[in-house]
Design a protein around this ligand. Structure first.
Ligand code: GLV
Ligand code: MN
Ligand code: MN
Length: 421
């Protein structure tokens, strides 16, 4: 057991989250740190400074995944890891991902300050590009680390400006072959990610700790709708093959499909729309859409996708447009390791904190770490369930409780503690 001053921890971590939020491409309270941009690099440097001040050793891999390590008594035994991300989508808040990185560093610092030498080493990982903003694919760092994606597929990625992943990576100062990012199964004895819930359940039920049993299966697709452009005044309506009106039908079909499966958990979103040429007096000739589709139940997600495919076929037929669909990712759900769930609950009980088992509807790096290590997650409440918005909020005392449970969980997972004099 480790005794923590929760009030002090809450103040410190809250101040660090506030400082990290100042590295942002968007004006406060919005936060934006897109992969390999100046603010992403500043955010990484800031958390690295916190980790090094806490006495942790840093390693950065070729894609920028950053590992902060506290050595245990047995340095060769598989470590216990935690971590999350500091990149932030446009118009984000300050808690998504950051709580798991800054909170992880705070947990390891508290363990070190208590002069506890864990039996195994403990690590905090700040993952590269959990958010899909720049290259359209989320969790690039953890996918590569776990072998869920090949280096060739990462090298083939291009951003919206057509820049190749490797060029952007090199310009950001990351070197070495992507092949070196992969970690073998067995490198970590366990992975536990601390994250804000991003949903309303914990706050509504006044429960401070969520114990995540599974992570919903995410999928995403890119769609190119090709119509015929022309003069917005001169081309009469019967002659049109407008790519945008066709795309609008697809957007509605995604919503309809997500609402029509047997599962209440199916969600479908079109969050990216790019219209070409994007002039008010020009009929759109090309539209790029990106669809996000998820469910905790894979069969229901597949049902929704089948409905979207039917809608695509119909819209092509009826509107004389061509639609090209590309799958970006179709991932299975992750199931948490029962022994880690029990450990999180035991650590919470030791702190007199109530818990609730629940799924994660958002995806996280834990989705991919689960492929190479027994994995689970700890959730802390999100005020009104708000996330991916500037008004995202988790109260400092709730973050501190999450950090305390994380510290206890990591120590229990590392098993026997050797106390320094
Ligand atoms: C992560 O940010 C997600 O979109 O679930
Ligand atoms: Mn996010
Ligand atoms: Mn996140």
């Amino acid at each position: 057991m480790i005794a923590l001053d929760l009030a002090r921890l809450a103040d410190e971590v809250d101040a660090q989250l506030a400082e990290l939020a100042t590295f942002s491409a968007a004006p406060a309270p919005a936060v934006e740190r897109v992969l390999y941009t100046k603010t992403d690099l500043e955010g990484r440097a800031y958390v690295r400074s916190l980790a090094e001040r806490a006495g942790l050793k840093t390693r950065v891999d070729p894609i920028g995944n950053t590992f902060f390590r506290l050595e245990g008594a047995d340095r060769d035994a598989p470590a216990i890891a935690t971590g999350s991300h500091v990149d932030a989508i446009p118009n984000a808040g300050r808690f998504d991902g950051t709580v798991g990185v800054i909170g992880g560093i705070a947990a390891l610092r508290a363990i070190r300050e208590a002069s506890i030498v864990p039996a195994r080493s403990l690590e905090v990982i700040a993952f590269t590009s959990e958010e899909p903003t720049r290259f359209g694919l989320g969790c690039i760092g953890s996918r590569l680390m776990s072998g869920a994606i090949t280096p060739d597929l990462v090298r083939a990625l291009r951003d919206a400006e057509g820049r190749a992943f490797e060029d952007v990576r090199r310009d950001a100062g990351f070197e070495g072959a992507l092949e070196q990012v992969r970690l073998p199964e067995g490198r970590y004895a366990a992975f536990v990610e601390l994250h804000v819930e991003q949903g309303p359940v914990l706050e509504a039920e006044r429960i401070p700790i969520g114990v995540v049993t599974a992570i919903a299966a995410p999928a995403s697709y890119a769609l190119e709708v090709r119509g015929v452009g022309g003069h917005a005044g001169a081309v009469l309506m019967p002659a049109r093959r407008d790519a945008m009106t066709a795309a609008a039908e697809i957007v509605l079909a995604v919503e309809h499909a997500a609402k029509s499966t047997k599962s209440a958990d199916t969600v479908g979103t079109v969050g990216v729309v790019r219209v070409h040429p994007g002039a008010i007096n020009s009929i759109p000739s090309r539209v790029h859409l990106e669809i996000d589709l998820r469910d905790t139940d894979l069969a229901s997600r597949r049902d929704a996708f089948a409905m979207i495919e039917d809608a695509i076929a119909r819209v092509q037929r009826e509107r004389g447009v061509e639609i090209v669909l590309r799958t970006i990712n179709e991932d299975p759900p992750a199931i948490s390791a029962p022994a880690i769930l029990d450990t999180i609950e035991a650590s919470s009980r030791a702190l007199d904190l109530r818990t609730r088992r629940m799924p994660s509807r958002a995806y996280h790096d834990a989705l991919f770490m689960a492929r190479i290590a027994p994995t689970a997650m700890i959730f802390v409440p999100s005020v009104a369930g708000v996330s991916h918005r500037p008004d995202e909020l988790t109260h400092p005392e709730d973050v501190a409780r999450g950090v305390a449970v994380l510290a206890g969980t990591m120590l229990r997972l590392a098993a026997a503690e050797v106390l320094h004099g």
